[in-house]
Design a protein around this ligand. Sequence first.
Ligand code: 4AD
Ligand code: MG
Length: 466
Amino acid sequence: MKIASVLEILQDNIMINSTITIFGWIKNRRDSKSGFSFLTINDGSSLYTIQIIAINTLSNYYKEILHLTVGCSVQITGILVLSIGKKQKYEIKAKKIIILGWIENPNNYPMSAKKHSIEYLREFAHLRSRTNLIGVISRIRNTLFQVIHKFLSENGYLWIPTPIITGLNTEGAGEMFRVSTLNIDDINNNKNDTIDYKKDFFGKESFLTVSGQLTLEAYACSLSKVYNFGPTFRAENSNTSRHLAEFWMLEVESAFMTLNEIANFAEKMLKYICEYLLQHATSDINFLKNNIDFNIISRLESFLHMNFIRLEYKDAVSILLNSKKLFNEPVFFGMDMSSEHERYLVEKHFKIPVIILNYPKKLKAFYMRLNDDQETVSAMDILVPGIGELIGGSQREDRISILDQRILEAGLNKKDYWWYRDLRRYGSVPHSGFGMGFERLISYFTGISNVRDVIPFPRTVRNADF
Ligand code: 4AD
Ligand code: MG
């Protein structure tokens, strides 16, 4: 039995007139009065379907085939022929059709052929990958994942899987999920409020990671060019279209690189992966053009040729102040930019991606390198239209005395960072890195505006279903 995918057939990899078997799901059935039916089958290997001709001489034609509905799963063996119809190149003349799974009560099938809204699909995260849209997004997500590894590997970067369970809060904010094997009932019954974490699994407080950066730095300080690409967890109570409680982050860390060099590298990476996507996801992108964002192709093509704007934080604030626009959050030097500010800069003012550099130290994490002005740190955020912050990065503080000072100022305990400090005590090097939210990247490239729709099973506040 020669098994073929629909994609293999459409890529002309299967010989005409050969007998093949395909597996897939019914997208459509049309019956002709002259004693045969057309079945359209998709198997997820691409957006495309293959047409099957089922004649009434098949043993199960009247009993089964005439009752097939959208979503039924089938195994079909037949002869691959060139189609006479203009709509498709190939079709299969079925010799045998085995129904693997019926649709229980087709009228109630949540993924019926009618067009569903993206919000409706979210309610059926376990079934929504059966739609063209989520199939397209899943393949694009996969392509982007692969090409990021390819780009980094070609540039000499090693993949380092950093731990998911950690005792440290890299970003310093209180937004971590606790990992514990302590019995909650015991804790609730505990009259004297303190919890003895020495009795916990790891013998101390532990959490799901908000970033693998600190451990990644340890490897950059020996292997020079490293990256980490994995799930990241934040218990942020932000119910927005750009926040997830569990998201994927790419983190890149480079020894001997300055802030400007890492910013240039990030820009180069974004363009490389965008170009690859345009070249390797043509049919999926065309689908998005017809259904989501009519300008997607010109938008991505122009992205390749844009020189991202580089802007000092203080100049960004001046632009906002001069804009005369009324923002919800006040604008002043020292403010943390909120998404309305970021989006004004990229969508209204510059209309192209912007890299904001050198933020006031108070706004940023303790590990960023203090600039000579003693007020700002060597930080960068890359903002893109429609999303806001896509990438956050910095040059890292590599001078032990200043790092200690910053740890103190941040109210952190030097002892907890003993191994991180060692990196500065033994052969310290200038180094820089960045983190990129993978769902925000997919959202930006595809034009799908909510990150919940570009990750298979989104986790957000009050939502960890499926
Ligand atoms: O800016 P962030 O917090 O930076 C860090 O965690 C650094 N330690 C990274 C590094 O330098 N190695 O997060 C990086 C990126 C953001 O720019 C954003 O794209 C994404 O991660 N991100 C989120 N994406 C989805 N949901 C959330 N809740 C996110 N929080 C951050
Ligand atoms: Mg950030």
